[in-house]
Design a protein around this ligand. Structure first.
Ligand code: ADP
Ligand code: MG
Length: 698
């Protein structure tokens, strides 16, 4: 353990380093800026920049970068050195306050959804003092926000920071009404569990589909998959262990508290979970985790697949976004308390989340939608595309009792009264029973299980924070307008909220067809693909929500709508083109050669006057020919459908065309090709099989 202490946070310009290296006054100002969002003066910025530079140089650093998160799922950086001429033919190392605070990366190639007209191609980066600077690969990385000349958010960080402010603003307002004048700020905490696959580099390099698209587009089911459940939390293989050890150490140096690692359900699938922290930092850390996982895997001749569904028929990868809210004194507002007073507050928080999820199912679903994640959510695995909230039996019964003015414990006469009863502690969900729920209450936090493994966690947290801020705001309106004593008003509010929104709660099995039916009857949304949920961006109810809480202007929202649709179409297009390349160049020729070989063998056998007939060769060759001709005609359909897609200019119509015509032809083509794989000899088949890939790492 001492080793951890030696390395933990050594590459982070964190609070301890700042405290030690900054003059007291500057440190106090910076803390105020971090905690309360006050603006830093130029003088303080100069002092901080200089201290940051000295610290970095002592660690051998010569370059710095503004590290930002454009509207893709990865981070961007442009390196500049500290070097400036000293006027005497030499150089000195300098880093000014304005270099720390502002940057102007050449940003014309990042998606802007029309926010940045080409004549103003520049984007601007601005230091986010609430997230610590760190050294990665010998470069000082300064976490920054990225915006256009007019201040429009071009990234994932600005909306997240805005949503944290909205939740703080509305949360404090509500807390004041509850008499909690002691609370100074409310913050959101997130712990994001990350799933991924690790496969052998050699297998990876032999698959064009993995190389170009991050997932396999073909592949017959192997004889053994995950049915034995022998991978889940099983012994970690030595090569994987070496990778995990190095990953942990590198993450610890960067102050990312990687805590748990284990194998996941599918063969070659694993998970890493850091300890939870403030959502803004959690989002930065998750980006760092994804980047380091991919880089460190390569050092071990492994490839880390972050795609949501790299293998059909095998569990996909997600991210579990564990979400809670706490006060400045560290009190978790989702923790049921010890006193009736605290419980009323807890129930109100719970109701706020229920209402938020129910009213903004569409936005939440949209926030986790992508061509990759749709393969997971729309498919036959957890979680389903329908959003519901798992509360567990105990809490569900309590809510029911409140709604119906009944007693909670069976046999008890007294009715359950908010603000009078102490709630029992809820056991933390540690069992298997609710693994299918997309949004589960797990004792003192909510676990949103729908985000995809490759996505930034910012998008879903922006929606969650904003929707909960809206609940808080409506609750405050209600309490302010009520003429009853506050405890009674709270009770009425909780009752009203339960009866309006308990339709979103569901404790059963989310996999089943029955649930889809029931969810439909309850009026819950079932949006299987991005093309189905994208229109929610245009819904005035949602545009109003974002404007009201100052998260996205209508223009910023429209940009996100366009970027999401564009990227959906592009991803499917690249996949379709890769498929066509694979069938034309490799799969069809391989199947054809094998069938020629069989035909020739049959011919030779017959000519040699063998007594045994050549029924095997003939049957297989003719089977292959049949499948080949079917596949050949589907490839033609896919090409035609792709050409048609090019002509569609409306982005939503294009996405619908990709969903209905391109994806379906891709599925058909895959069915035939997988059938071929089952008939063609391994010697002729051009790619490593699923079995080869999934069981390649020892
Ligand atoms: P599991 O889901 O496997 O039962 P844990 O309880 O260990 O796991 O939590 C999973 C993740 O949730 C971890 O990242 C953990 O830090 C995070 N977490 C725990 N408590 C909270 C909380 N109050 N708020 C946000 N995240 C939390
Ligand atoms: Mg979990």
């Amino acid at each position: 353990m001492s080793r951890i202490n030696d390395i933990y946070g050594t590459m982070v310009f964190n609070d301890a380093v700042m405290k030690a290296r900054l003059p007291e006054e500057t440190y106090t100002q910076l803390r105020r800026s971090m905690d309360e969002g006050s603006r830093l003066s130029q003088e303080d910025a100069e002092i901080i920049a200089s201290a940051m530079k000295d610290w970095a140089i002592e660690k051998g650093v010569t370059h710095f970068t503004h590290w930002f998160q454009p509207m893709t799922n990865i981070t961007a950086e442009k390196h500049d050195s500290f070097l400036v001429p000293d006027g005497n033919g030499g150089v000195i190392m300098e880093f000014s306050g304005s270099e720390l605070i502002h940057g102007e990366p050449d940003a014309s190639s990042f998606p802007s959804g029309g926010l940045r007209a080409t004549f103003e191609a520049r984007g601007y980066t601005a230091w986010d003092p609430t997230s610590y600077a760190f050294i990665k690969d010998g470069v000082l990385c300064i976490p920054t926000a990225f915006c256009a000349y007019g201040g429009q958010a071009l990234d994932k960080k600005i909306p997240l920071l805005r949503s944290m402010q909205a939740l703080n603003r509305q949360g404090l307002r509500l807390m004041k009404l509850l008499g909690r004048n002691d609370i100074r700020s409310i913050k959101v905490n997130v712990g994001a569990e990350q799933e991924y696959f690790l496969i052998d580099e050699e297998m990876y390099s032999k698959r064009k589909d993995l190389l170009y698209t991050g997932r396999t587009l073909f592949g017959a089911k192997p004889p053994k998959g995950q049915e034995l459940d022998d991978h889940y939390s099983g012994a970690i293989k030595p090569r994987v262990q070496e990778f995990m050890t190095e990953l942990d150490e590198e993450l610890w140096k960067l102050g990312v508290l990687a805590k748990t690692e284990h194998n996941e359900a599918a063969p070659a699938q694993h998970e890493i979970a850091p300890y939870f922290t403030s959502v803004n930092i959690a989002a930065d850390h998750n980006q760092i985790i994804m980047e380091l996982m991919q880089r460190i895997a390569r050092k071990h001749h492994l490839v880390c697949l972050l795609h949501e569904k790299p293998f059909a028929g095998v569990n996909g990868s997600g991210k579990h976004n564990n979400w809670s809210i706490s006060t400045d004194s560290g009190l978790n507002l989702l923790e049921p308390g010890e006193t009736p007073q605290e419980n009323a507050q807890f129930l109100l928080m719970l109701c706020a989340v229920l209402q938020a999820v129910d009213n903004y199912q569409d936005l939440l679903r949209m926030s986790v939608s992508s061509a990759g994640n749709d393969l997971r959510l729309g498919g036959n695995e957890a979680p389903p595309a329908v959003i519901s909230v798992f509360l567990g039996d105990q809490l569900t019964e309590i809510l029911k009792a409140i709604e119906n003015d009944e007693s909670y414990a069976p046999g008890e006469k007294e009715i359950f009264k908010v603000g009078v009863h102490v709630l029992p502690k809820f056991p933390k969900d540690s069992t298997d029973r609710n693994r299918t729920s997309p949004f589960a209450f797990t004792g003192n936090k909510f676990e949103f299980r729908m985000p995809g493994s490759s996505a930034s966690i910012s998008g879903c947290n922006v929606v969650l924070n904003t929707a909960v801020a809206e609940s808080f705001s409506q609750f405050s309106d209600y309490l302010e307008a009520s003429e009853k004593p506050v405890q009674e008003a709270i009770r009425d509010l909780i009752k009203k909220c339960i009866s309006e929104h308990s339709k979103i709660t569901f404790n059963g099995n989310g996999y089943g067809k029955e649930w889809q039916k029931e969810a439909g009857a309850r009026g819950l949304l079932n949006l299987p693909s991005l093309a189905d949920c994208a229109p929610c961006y245009l819904d005035p109810k949602n545009a109003d929500l974002f404007s009201r809480h100052r998260i996205y202007t209508p223009e910023e929202l429209n940009a996100r709508y366009l970027i999401k649709l564009e990227s959906y179409c592009k991803v499917i297009r690249i996949e379709a083109l890769t498929m066509l390349d694979m069938v034309w160049k490799d799969i069809f020729p391989a199947a054809s050669s094998y069938s020629t070989f069989l035909t020739e063998s049959a011919y030779k056998k017959n000519n040699a006057g063998f007594e045994v007939n050549s029924s095997f060769e003939q049957a297989v060759a003719s089977g292959i020919s049949k499948i080949l001709s079917a596949a050949f005609s589907i490839a033609g359909v896919l090409e035609k459908n792709l050409k048609e897609a090019e002509k569609i200019t409306d982005p939503l119509k294009a996405a619908c065309h990709y969903r209905d015509y391109v994806l379906s032809a891709m599925n058909d083509l895959r069915t035939e090709a997988d059938e071929l794989e089952n008939c063609v000899s391994a010697e002729y088949w051009p790619y490593p099989s699923y079995g080869d890939i999934l069981f390649s790492v020892n």
